[in-house]
Ligand binder design. Structure first.
Ligand code: SF4
Length: 330
């Protein structure tokens, strides 16, 4: 199987996701964009809203990114932003920082010239209605031209009935990725209208989607990207990279890439005594005072739970102040 360079890095969790616009010229019924992002021009680097472009570099640094996936909406609607951000990333991390671009357009020669040397890999998303005559579309014409100009090229589509119609396009591509069709808040109505159902209650995958991809998946250049894989492997590996760069000495990094630490909220009158107690038993970098609470290694809090008076709990969360996964009172 041929895995694109972008996919190799994605599997390692080493790819930053740069969402450049929620606007799009198309309105695919299966579009997975959330209502929060759809139609807006907010830029996100991973899950972080970007106010100034330098934040993109900070987010990429935080996860030691080896590449970036530029996505949307339709990135080519904001071509100036795409070229500016990609230039910044290449200038900062070097030309080896691999950048792939998703697009549902068929960029012309002029657009390709503008992203040449900045984008390494183009992932075309021809809409479902163009699959029957894929060889006669601008997508293939654009892909061929892009290939001649030195881009790696592929098609990236969701798993829908009729995928085998894309087989004639394979000789013109470096790879073809199929994303497992995902159920989301904005496409749920359309999914139900078509009689689709969730495969199980744990993931957003649609029952039967793998079957639609079976014939196409027999070909070497084709890669099936399951929604479970995205949720588990890619996210977990990315979290681990962020955790390794940002965890404090007393944060424990789990196999899932989350961090675990203890929090003590001492009663007001005992605050100083508690800080002294920690200071006598722990290295200075093994606990931190934050206003009314002290954060420390979870095992220390558990060990001295009887001596440390106040509200005590162990927190598991995504690294760098991310989402709280679990809070266990002691
Ligand atoms: S082209 Fe992509 S971003 Fe645009 S509507 Fe379709 S799925 Fe959504």
């Amino acid at each position: 199987m041929t895995l694109s360079k972008g996919c190799v890095l994605c599997n390692q969790g080493a790819k930053m996701v740069l969402f450049v616009t929620g606007r799009c010229h198309r309105s695919c019924w299966y579009c997975p964009l959330s209502s929060e992002r759809k139609g807006t021009d907010t830029v996100y680097a991973n899950e972080v809203p970007v106010d100034v472009p330098s934040q993109i570099i900070e987010v990429a640094e935080m996860m030691s990114a080896l590449g970036t996936g530029v996505t949307g909406g339709e990135p080519l609607l904001v071509l100036d932003k795409v070229t500016e951000y990609c230039r910044r990333l290449k200038d900062h991390f070097g030309n080896d920082h691999q950048i792939h671009l998703y697009t549902a357009k068929a960029p012309d020669e002029n657009e390709l010239e503008q992203i040449k040397g900045l984008v390494d890999e183009i992932r075309f998303h021809p809409p479902r209605e163009s699959w029957d005559t894929i060889l006669d579309t601008d997508y293939i014409r654009s892909a061929k031209r892009a290939k001649e100009m030195g881009f790696d090229i592929g098609i990236e589509v969701p798993a829908l009935p009729g995928l085998e119609l894309l087989i004639p396009a394979l000789p013109h591509l470096d790879f073809l990725n199929i994303n497992e069709l995902e159920w989301g808040e904005t496409n749920a109505y359309q999914m139900r209208e078509r009689g689709y159902e969730l495969a199980d209650e744990l993931h957003n995958a649609i029952d039967g989607a793998k079957g639609w991809a079976e014939e196409l998946c027999r070909h070497d250049k084709v890669h099936w990207c399951s929604s479970g894989f995205k949720d588990s492997v890619q996210l977990r590996e990315r979290l681990k990279r962020i955790a390794r760069n940002t965890a404090r000495p007393f944060d424990e990094i789990t196999d899932d890439g989350t961090i675990v630490y203890g929090i003590l909220e001492p009663v007001q009158e005992q605050k100083e005594a508690v800080a002294r107690f920690c200071g006598e038993r722990l290295e200075p970098d093994s606990f931190e005072e934050h206003g009314d609470r002290i954060e420390m290694a979870w095992w220390f809090l558990e060990k001295y739970a009887d001596e440390l008076q106040g509200k005590k709990y162990v927190i598991e969360r995504y690294p760098h102040g991310g989402m709280v996964v679990e809070m266990t009172p002691l």
